[in-house]
Design a protein around this ligand. Structure first.
Ligand code: ATP
Length: 231
């Protein structure tokens, strides 16, 4: 579904990624872990074409997307749940969701299905987004990404700042996406809950991939987890 081959990404003169390679199969959930500043968000931004990789190659769904415009990449079927959620605060929930609608070759989702996944959402549709709680905003952000009919969803710290019950709901949604054949790349500080729903994990440090392997291995091997993640 996604192959990243040896990318290097810069912010101006500053190099943030040093030869990062990563791949994701259809319907696979992959965690991308590592300390602050390791390059996780930059990897997502490189995939999305927001901070394009200077060298290396990125393929999605059998096509090269290296150097493509962000809107072209989104239309190819990559959804994004950004860490700052990027909801339009003065628009209603319904408008924010409508903005996310796109058709791709992947499964499309209805707003009704979003109400089934996030039961609280239906009663929020006419509310302006600036009045929502963090958890409610995250529901809108994930729903908006799904309404864009993605084959792969990139989630940047979706559980950040949320109550444990809502973190559980977010992780349940990740499992639901997997069961529908949708791949997820999950950047998380909360390694344990991310690993519990992931097939594989990558760990980054200083702009490089320093470990890759089955998620279960990292979850079960406490000394390895301590060494790589400090938790
Ligand atoms: P975090 O969990 O803090 O978001 P991260 O693993 O996502 O960490 P990145 O945000 O990808 O890390 O940052 C990777 C490197 O790139 C860091 O050294 C960071 O300081 C640098 N960096 C990130 N954004 C910018 C920017 N807009 N301009 C310059 N340098 C940046």
């Amino acid at each position: 579904m996604l192959q990243i081959n040896n990318i290097e990404t810069f912010y101006g003169e500053t190099q943030a990624l040093f030869g990062v390679s990563l791949d994701i199969a259809p319907g696979e959930v992959v965690s991308l872990l590592g300390p602050n500043g390791a390059g996780k968000t930059t990897t997502l931004r490189s995939i999305l074409g927001l901070t394009p990789a200077k060298t290396g190659a990125i393929n999605f769904d059998g096509k090269a997307i290296t150097g493509a415009q962000s809107h072209t990449i989104a239309r190819a079927g990559i959804g994004w749940v950004p860490d700052d959620r990027r909801i339009f605060p003065t628009l209603t929930v319904a408008r924010n969701l409508a903005i996310g609608r796109k058709k791709t070759r992947f499964r499309s989702w209805s707003v009704k299905e979003m109400f089934e996944i996030f039961t609280a959402l239906e009663h929020l549709m006419s509310r302006e987004c600036e009045n929502l709680s963090g958890g409610e905003m995250q529901m809108v952000s994930i729903s908006r990404a799904l309404l864009g009919s993605p084959g792969l969803v990139l989630m940047d710290e979706p559980s950040q700042g949320l109550a444990p019950k809502i973190v559980q709901d977010v992780m349940k949604t990740v499992s639901r996406l997997k069961s529908e054949g949708i791949a997820v790349l999950l950047v998380e500080q909360n390694a344990q809950s991310a690993l519990a729903v992931s097939d594989r994990a990558y760990v980054m440090d200083h702009g490089k991939v320093v470990h890759q392997g089955p998620a279960a291995e990292l979850l079960e091997d406490a000394p390895m987890r301590e060494r790589l993640l400090g938790v």
